[in-house]
Design a protein around this ligand. Structure first.
Ligand code: SF4
Length: 368
């Protein structure tokens, strides 16, 4: 069964009504189980489960340590181009924005890579806007060939590709793929993706699966919290992660929890994921998906990230810049894709992780 077929099960499901009727007794029953069903997950995402947030946090901590040890893997993003042919109404890089656009040359990328490598991080996430003609496959292969001299682990967050193109990039040295559906609700998806290839919901939703088929070791998915109703978006994300985890056991699946940042294109968000609900949902994910990675980026404030270290998170970005060329030649008029909230350096992030009794993992993969 494809994930699109699986999604059809929930097309007419009234999430709001279901979760509003969940009782504390149901939540407690779900918390006593070792293996959670989709109904258990819904129970833990319900408003009444907020009363059990302490228990959820403790159980999530235990499960995370059991499956991942006391480790937080670190990665750093590298923006190489901000050209984009899509119109995502929530993003500052959208095609209609008359901002200054930039694509780094191979020489400029090497300068950035050398600077990033000084931090000690060995896992890089390479990002572009979605403009296939500006960043064609030949350019991307050249970029990867260069970056693997400095980084044994390379993930990409770029325009969705075919299995064949992902296979070319895998052979060049890429081992991870990040692709966010942004919003799982089809109607809202259509409203916020008004133009460009990204407006094809089905093509996008099947992208993580194409990455797994191409053999990437890591596939990272997520919604952008704030675009759609929070609970259904969280639920479908978890079901998506489980579908991928069950179907592709050789691939490590991870989920991210990005929240819309107010700076993004002055987008007026209708839905808000507050800090407490964030923690409730993150711990619910951990209990439903014990071996799936959980990624929290520098979009989140430093203090918040520090507090969630023991609660289920397994991956942090650190020392991030979200402008093209942001590590070495920061221009005053460069536009970041989103504002960074946690502006600490990699060394400062490592220090905090260690102070919390966890190990900051700089490298967990070797290209052979
Ligand atoms: S979210 Fe991605 S695809 Fe959409 S406008 Fe921004 S860079 Fe382009």
């Amino acid at each position: 069964m494809s994930f699109i077929d699986l999604l059809k099960r929930y097309e007419n499901f009234n999430f709001k009504e279901y979760i509003s009727k969940v009782t504390l007794e149901k939540v407690d029953n779900s918390l006593r189980k070792d293996k959670l069903t989709e109904n258990d997950l819904l129970n833990l995402l319900s408003p009444v489960a907020a009363e059990r947030i302490e228990e959820m946090a403790q159980l999530s901590h235990k499960k995370t340590v059991q499956y991942f040890g006391r480790t937080i893997s670190l990665y750093i993003p590298l923006y190489i181009s901000n050209y984009c042919s899509n119109e995502c109404t929530y993003c500052g890089f959208h095609a209609g924005n008359k901002m200054k656009r930039r694509k780094l040359s191979i020489e400029e990328i090497e300068i950035e890579a050398k600077e990033i490598a000084k931090t000690g991080i060995k896992h890089i996430l390479v990002l572009t806007g979605e403009a296939e003609k500006v960043t064609p496959m030949e350019y991307l292969v050249e970029v990867i060939e260069l970056l693997k001299k400095y980084f044994p682990s390379i993930s990409i967050e770029m325009f969705p590709m075919s299995v064949e193109d992902y296979t070319i990039l895998k052979e060049a040295g890429v081992d991870g793929l990040t692709v966010y559906q942004e919003v799982y609700n089809r109607d809202i998806y259509k409203e916020v993706h008004t133009f460009g290839r990204k407006s094809d919901y089905d093509f996008r939703i099947e992208t993580p699966e194409r990455g797994a088929k191409a053999g990437f070791r890591l596939v990272n998915i997520g919604p952008l919290y704030g675009l759609g109703e929070i609970a259904p978006e969280a639920f479908i994300t978890a079901v998506h992660a489980k579908y991928l985890d069950d179907k592709y056991p050789d691939t490590e699946i991870a989920v991210s929890f990005p929240r819309i940042n107010s700076a993004e294109n002055e987008f007026k968000q209708k839905y808000r994921l507050d800090d407490r609900t964030f923690v409730q949902y993150m711990t619910a994910f951990r209990l439903f998906l014990p071996r799936v990675g959980i990624n929290i980026s520098t979009r989140e404030k430093a203090e918040f990230r520090d507090n969630v270290i023991p609660l289920g998170v397994t991956r942090f970005s650190a020392g991030s810049r979200t402008e093209v060329g942001g590590y070495t030649d920061h221009h005053i008029d460069d536009v970041p894709q989103f504002d960074i909230s946690d502006t600490r350096t990699v060394a400062e992030t490592v220090k905090v992780i260690e102070e919390r009794g966890f190990q900051a993992v700089m490298k967990d993969w070797e290209l052979i």
